[in-house]
Write a protein that binds this ligand. Structure first.
Ligand code: HEM
Length: 482
């Protein structure tokens, strides 16, 4: 008999519970990267109460498995907890099949680079409003980035105008994000482990996760239906003739756009020379008498490098598809057949606990943080250096573009072109009109913040002191009427 391939290496596990005790609750992407070095492996295997989890720390492995062997690696786990909440309508949770193909096709067709051109005007307009609101109330800048990202998605998909951070739609989207991030141990709640409990009536209150899931049904329903109802009412009033095929995931996926903008603000505080260079490029190309538009994008190569460096330096979705299996960010890929790769078994399997046996095909998670901080790909990967992308023919180091910030394979983010353009519009308008700098500490000294990033729904820069001022009176005049 052929000897079975071994599982990929990983940290030592405890009996029965496996690696549950070892899973970090803060910045798991960093721990997985350290484990890779400690156990001398690019592919890590963990077991959480029998649920297999595979972490890919190298670009070549993520591409080889999730992209090239996409037919085996494109399914999503069945999360009964989320289904109970009403997330069933979300493309993110669909398994490959006719409905998945239909929804993906509608999604990708609406957000091709060519289609995204028609949304640029709305993006630039909203970016101007973001800069004006931040200019007026700099301490609110983080909340305003969330309002901006929500505004772009709602404006484009439903024709809804969002009025700043206190808008009811921003509140609804925040409630949804909150409901996801408080949903706890994804895939291992009682409802997931004992799916038959979903048939229990409402008065049966002994399963807390079931009660919690059911209490969230109204907010998830509202998120799915409210914007759609608005569009329908507008169509009856004939002011709007069509709506994009769009769904809830985009509504709450605005968080990754906002998180990337928060990482930009942090990077500018830490790298004043980069900001100065970007200011100089925009001033030379756009001048000071108008705001930048997408027509300027090809003429602003340094701003483009800043954008790519943001995705590389700290991706807002550092585990490409899942921040932490025990504290949801997004939903991982799963492997649907036993596979063999580099001499290792990538197992599909059943998970047996004392109580039940359930479908637990291994989660496969690409660690895009490790991939983009890989010393074999980048010199001094921790430094924020947009010039690293300058081609070798122009005297630069010709570093490769970041990989995995939008995921991989058949589940790659269908909103990637829209999301990237939204981040570009926000950063170019901010650079044209605002100056971001270090704040003074209690001794009156300029102090550089210690970069810290959240773990959770998406990874944004954690609140840090900074000063944001208008670059000139002219900048204010350009924004005032938006
Ligand atoms: C900078 C902004 C964004 C980033 C960094 C981002 C990142 C990601 C990542 C990493 C995934 C997981 C892919 C995988 O599982 O391999 C994903 C999935 C997804 N994203 Fe985005 N995203 C962004 C913006 C958007 C926007 C604006 C939309 C909607 C218009 C959107 C819609 C989706 C959907 C529907 C999925 C699930 C796809 C599926 O499961 O088939 N995203 N995104």
């Amino acid at each position: 008999r052929k000897k079975p391939h071994p599982l990929p290496p990983g940290p030592p596990a405890d009996p029965i519970i496996g690696h549950v005790r070892h899973i970090p609750t803060k910045s798991p992407e960093l721990t997985y990267m350290q484990w890779g070095k400690q156990f001398n492996t690019d592919i890590i295997y963990m077991s959480l109460l029998g649920q297999g989890v595979i972490i890919l720390n190298k670009a070549e492995d993520a591409i080889a498995l999730l992209d090239r062997r996409g037919s085996k690696y494109s399914d999503r786990p069945r999360f009964h907890f989320f289904q109970e909440q009403g997330w069933i309508k979300s493309l993110t949770l669909f398994s490959p099949g006719p409905a998945f193909r239909k929804h993906r096709k509608m999604y990708t067709a609406s957000f091709t680079p060519a289609k995204c051109v028609q949304y640029q005007k709305a993006q630039i307009q909203e970016a101007g409003k973001l800069a004006r609101r931040v200019m007026d109330n700099p301490e609110d800048w983080m909340l305003q980035t969330v309002a901006y990202s929500t505004a772009v998605v709602l404006q484009i998909a439903y024709g809804i105008e969002v009025k700043g951070k206190d808008d009811p739609y921003v509140k609804l989207a925040n409630d949804v994000s909150e409901s996801i991030s408080t949903s706890g141990a994804v895939g291992v709640t009682m409802v997931d482990v004992l799916p038959f409990t979903r048939n229990l009536p409402n008065w049966f209150r002994l399963i807390p996760s079931l009660n919690w899931a059911r209490s969230l049904i109204p907010v998830i329903r509202e998120m799915h239906e409210l914007p759609y109802e608005y569009v329908k009412s507008q169509m009856v009033n004939s002011s709007l003739s069509s709506a994009l095929p769009f769904e809830a995931k985009g509504f709450c996926h605005r968080q990754s756009t906002a998180a990337t903008i928060s990482i930009f603000v942090l990077a500018m505080v830490l790298s004043p020379d980069v900001q100065q260079k970007a200011h100089a490029e925009i001033d030379a190309v756009v001048g000071v008498d108008r705001l930048p538009t997408f027509a300027d994008r090809p003429n602003l190569p340094f701003v483009e490098k800043v954008l790519q460096e943001l995705f590389r330096w700290h991706s807002s979705v550092p585990l490409s598809n899942c921040a932490d299996v025990l504290d949801i960010l997004d939903i991982p890929h799963i492997v649907t057949e036993d596979d063999e790769y580099k001499g290792y078994l990538i197992p599909k399997g059943k998970c047996s606990t004392y109580i039940t046996s359930y479908d637990s095909r291994a989660f496969v998670i690409a660690n895009s943080y490790a991939i983009n901080r890989d010393e074999c790909r980048y010199n001094n990967p921790a430094s924020f250096n947009p010039d690293r992308y300058t081609p070798i023919t122009e005297g630069g180091e010709g570093a490769p573009q970041p990989v995995g910030q939008f995921g991989f394979g058949r589940r790659i983010c269908p909103g990637q072109h829209l999301g990237e353009a939204s981040v570009w519009a926000a950063i170019v308008t901010t650079l044209a009109t605002l100056e971001i700098s270090k704040a003074r500490d209690s001794n009156g000294e300029l102090s550089a913040p210690d970069p810290k990033f959240s773990t959770g729904l998406t990874s944004h820069a954690e609140r840090f002191p900074c000063v944001i001022k208008r670059r000139s009176e002219r900048a204010r005049e350009l924004l005032v009427n938006l």
